[in-house]
Design a protein around this ligand. Structure first.
Ligand SMILES: Cc1cc2nc3c(=O)[nH]c(=O)nc-3n(C[C@H](O)[C@H](O)[C@H](O)COP(=O)(O)OP(=O)(O)OC[C@H]3O[C@@H](n4cnc5c(N)ncnc54)[C@H](O)[C@@H]3O)c2cc1C
Length: 419
C-alpha cells in the first residue's frame, strides 16, 4: 500500500469503473475526506447507466422491502445488508438531492421525472468534482497487484503504476461490452486465485426454433398480456417474437429458471399463456359460444381475441393441428408448449449472471485473498429481473464497498505517537 505519513488520515483510494457502483463508492469515500481517483477505460463515465435511461431509467421499485429482497433469489442473504443500509427510499432521496424528482409508475417501478439518466449523471459528476474526485478517463486497468498497486494504461498506451491504500473494483458484468463492461477483468482475478463464476446472459431472450414462415411474417410483433411458466414459476408481461425466439419482460424474469432447466435437460419447457387475463373456464365458454362452421382462425380471433401473431405462435407450436373441441383449444391457448434451447448472447443481454463468488469476499465486500481490494456492482455473483433491482443493488453495493473501505482504513490507522 502507498506510504501514508504516520498520523495522516487522508488516504488514497482508487476506484476502477465509473458506472453506478464505482461512482457511489467514490462518493462515499470522498465524502469522508480521502483522496479518490476513478479509473475508467471509456472516454466518458456511466455509459451503461446512460443506456439504461434510453427506454426510461428504472431506478428502483416501490414494493415492500421484504418482497424487494426476494428478487435476488439465492443472492438475497448476501445483498440484504447492503440494500437494507441503502434501501429504495434512500436511493430516491439521493436522486432528489441531485435535483431528480422521481415518480412511481403503474407497475410500481420508480423512475426519475426526466425519465433519462443524463441529468442525474451530470449532477452527480459535478458533485464528485466538488468533492475533489480525480476522474481519469480513457485509462484502463490492466492488473491489480496484491498490496494495492494497480497497473494502468493511459490513453497513449503507456503503462504506469498507481499505489493505493485501498481499491474498489466496480468493473461491471459482460453484457453490452461496447459500453465498457467487457468482462476482461475475469481472467486477471482468476489468475490471482479468485473464484469467479462464469459470466452468462441474464434478462436475455430465449432461442425457440420457429418455422421460417412465422419468422418472416411476425418477427418484431408483440405478444401482449401473456404469462410464461417454466419449472413451476410463472411471470406475466409481454414478449416480442424475434427471428431467434422470444424477448421481453416475461422471459427476462424467468432467466434463472430457464438457464437451470437448459443446463439440466438441454432445453427448457415453457408454457405460454396467450390469454393470462381470463380463466380457462371463461375462455372455453367463449370458444364454445361461436357459430358452427366458423374457421378455427376466426374463432381464435373473434372469441379468444388473439392477435394474428398469437395465433401463428399457437399454430406453430402444434404443427398447425389445432384441437376442434373448445375446452381442449382453450387449454392450448392457456398453455402453448414451447421448447427454449438456449438463452440469448451475453453481449446483447441486459445484465450478467455470475461474477466474483461470494465466498471470496468478507461482509465488507473486500476480497479475502487481496486485503484492501473491494468489489461492487454487477461484477459480483448475483442476478435480478428488470424492475430497478439491478441499479438498486449496484448503488447499494458500491456504497457498502465504500463504507467497507472507510472501516478498513480506520482499522489500519497508524498508531498516534505518545503525547
Ligand atoms: C439496455 C440496458 C437497459 C438497462 N436498464 C436498466 C434499468 O432501467 N434499471 C436497472 O436497474 N438496470 C438497468 N440496466 C442494468 C444497469 O445499467 C447495470 O446493472 C449497471 O449499469 C451496472 O453497474 P456497474 O457499476 O456494476 O457496472 P457498469 O455500469 O457496467 O460500469 C462498469 C464500468 O467499468 C469500466 N471498466 C471495465 N473494465 C475496466 C478496466 N479494465 N479499466 C477501466 N475501466 C473499466 C467500464 O468501462 C464501465 O464504465 C440496463 C442495462 C442495459 C444494457
Amino acid at each position: 500500500m502507498s506510504n501514508s505519513s504516520p498520523g495522516a488520515t487522508r488516504r488514497r483510494v482508487v476506484v476502477v469503473g465509473a458506472g453506478p457502483a464505482g461512482l457511489m463508492a467514490a462518493e462515499t469515500v470522498a465524502k469522508a475526506g480521502h483522496q479518490v481517483i476513478v479509473i475508467e477505460q471509456m472516454p466518458s463515465a456511466g455509459r451503461k447507466f446512460l443506456m439504461a435511461g434510453r427506454g426510461g431509467l428504472n431506478l428502483t421499485h416501490s414494493e415492500p422491502l421484504e418482497t424487494f429482497l426476494t428478487r435476488y433469489r439465492p443472492a438475497e442473504p448476501k445483498l440484504e445488508g447492503a440494500i437494507r443500509a441503502f434501501p429504495p427510499e434512500a436511493l430516491i432521496t439521493w436522486a432528489q438531492a441531485l435535483g431528480q424528482e422521481t415518480f412511481v409508475g403503474t407497475s410500481g417501478r420508480v423512475f426519475p421525472r426526466a425519465m433519462k439518466a443524463s441529468p442525474l449523471l451530470r449532477a452527480w459528476l459535478a458533485r464528485l468534482a466538488d468533492l475533489g474526485v480525480d476522474m481519469r478517463l480513457r485509462h484502463r486497468l490492466r492488473e491489480v497487484r496484491p498490496g494495492g498497486t494497480l497497473l494502468v494504461v493511459d490513453p497513449a498506451g503507456t503503462p504506469s503504476e498507481i499505489a493505493a491504500d485501498a481499491v474498489v473494483l466496480a468493473l461491471g458484468g459482460g453484457s453490452w461490452p461496447r459500453l465498457g463492461s467487457d468482462g476482461h477483468w475475469l481472467e486477471s482475478l482468476r489468475a490471482r486465485g479468485i473464484d469467479v463464476r462464469p459470466l452468462g446472459a441474464s434478462n436475455s431472450g430465449v432461442a425457440i426454433s420457429w418455422s421460417p414462415g412465422l419468422v418472416e411474417r411476425f418477427a418484431g410483433e408483440p405478444l401482449k398480456r401473456i404469462a410464461l411458466s417454466c419449472s413451476g414459476e410463472t411471470r406475466r408481461g409481454e414478449a416480442i417474437i424475434t427471428s431467434r425466439g422470444l424477448e421481453g419482460g416475461a422471459i427476462y424474469a424467468l432467466t434463472p429458471v430457464i438457464r437451470e432447466a437448459i443446463q439440466q435437460d438441454g432445453a427448457a419447457q415453457l408454457d405460454l399463456d396467450l390469454r393470462s387475463d381470463i380463466s380457462l373456464e371463461d375462455l372455453a365458454a367463449r370458444l364454445a359460444s361461436t357459430r358452427k362452421g366458423d374457421s378455427r382462425a376466426n374463432v381464435l380471433r373473434k372469441a379468444a381475441k388473439l392477435s394474428p401473431a398469437a395465433i401463428a405462435v399457437l399454430r406453430d407450436a402444434v404443427n398447425n393441428e389445432l384441437p376442434a373441441e373448445p375446452a381442449a383449444l382453450a387449454a392450448l391457448v392457456k398453455a402453448v408448449p414451447l421448447s427454449a434451447t438456449a438463452l440469448g448472447d451475453l453481449a446483447t443481454a441486459i445484465s450478467t449472471a455470475g461474477g466474483v463468488a461470494w465466498s471470496e469476499m468478507d461482509d465488507r465486500f473486500m476480497l479475502k485473498k487481496l486485503p484492501g481490494i473491494f468489489c461492487a456492482g454487477e461484477m459480483l455473483d448475483w442476478e435480478a429481473p428488470t424492475g430497478g433491482y439491478l441499479l438498486q443493488a449496484c448503488f447499494a453495493t458500491g456504497r457498502a464497498a465504500g463504507l467497507g473501505i472507510l472501516a478498513y482504513l480506520a482499522d489500519r490507522r497508524p498508531a498516534q505517537p505518545p503525547a
